[in-house]
Design a protein around this ligand. Sequence first.
Ligand code: SF4
Length: 377
Amino acid sequence: MSLLDKAARGERLLADEIAALYELPLSDVASVAHSLRLTRANPEVVTYLIDRNINYTNICNVGCNFCAFYRTDRQKDAYTLDYGQISHKIRELEAVGGTRILMQGGVNPKLPLEYYTGLLRHIKTHHPGIRIEAFSPEEILGFEKFFALDASQVLDLLIEAGLDGLPGAGGEILEDEVRARAAPARISTSDWFRIIDIAQRKGLYTISTMVIGFGESYAQRAAHLVKLRDQQDKALASHGNGFAGFAMWSLQTAHTRLAGKAPGASAYEYLQQLAVARIALDNQPNIQASWPAQGFKVAQTALFYGASDLGSTMLEENVVSAAGGHGRHSATERELVRIAFDAGFTPAQRNSFFQVIRFPDVPTMLQPVRREEVPVV
Ligand code: SF4
């Protein structure tokens, strides 16, 4: 039986078999990935989330080589948002029917624990309908050091204040050789999984992630996927609260110390990686296409390479776009609906857990609009 036959039957691939997928014709790999997508996720529907990214501070002491977002506290454009500024952003999200904020920052050594717990309480009090998914494993690691608490204690305090989940940022390639080149002070592979595991055991939402384009080998990409798959197996077997989905994007290096040093990833490589991930991650049915890094057109194409979801509107994306991306900080619901509908799927708004909460009225939403309002899709 060929490798692709084995994959098409839904059989689990070993790490070296996953790495071998990159050497096969992409059209064949994509065909298998799409057929698996049609069985593992709703074949008719493409989902999206209406949410907002909020980057509460850009002050960070980690200094990743691939980051154009962070500042030191002495730089003129360093900032930390106050609760009123964050509330204002959430009100804008509420006005367009949004359901969650994805709130991350730099790892800011100047902020006290009370800033975070007070912020969570403020949001839950003033915006009770909004889920708060905030503070990546890198930030939780920083809190352990700043506040002399372990991750379990930190998360208990944050959950008690209103935290609903963690973003999966900081995963990139969970192989320490790659991480050491890209960002020597970045959270280690073992700490990333340690914090995710504690969060999952406490019932928090988490998502698995991947970033390609550091110059990592296919074997390292395969190893990354196997680690995510193993964590998912462990979580589902022991308590049932695994990763809600998988998001993958390509490295952007403009304005960073990796500019000209890391290759990034073309649309071809992005689509290839997405297809490989769909095949490898047999225990994660919800796989996102990324429009901020690759643009709307590649995101739409990705719906035939294993993706079943278009991510979210974001309203303001600051981190990927600071290092390049496709010049868009947000998507409208109309744009995401059009991408899904034109590709032959039924667009559906989802919640954080990829459950459909609303089918938009597509004919009304896609009615012709004045020329200056036509989105660039
Ligand atoms: S990627 Fe995150 S942790 Fe790294 S420098 Fe940027 S803000 Fe800091």
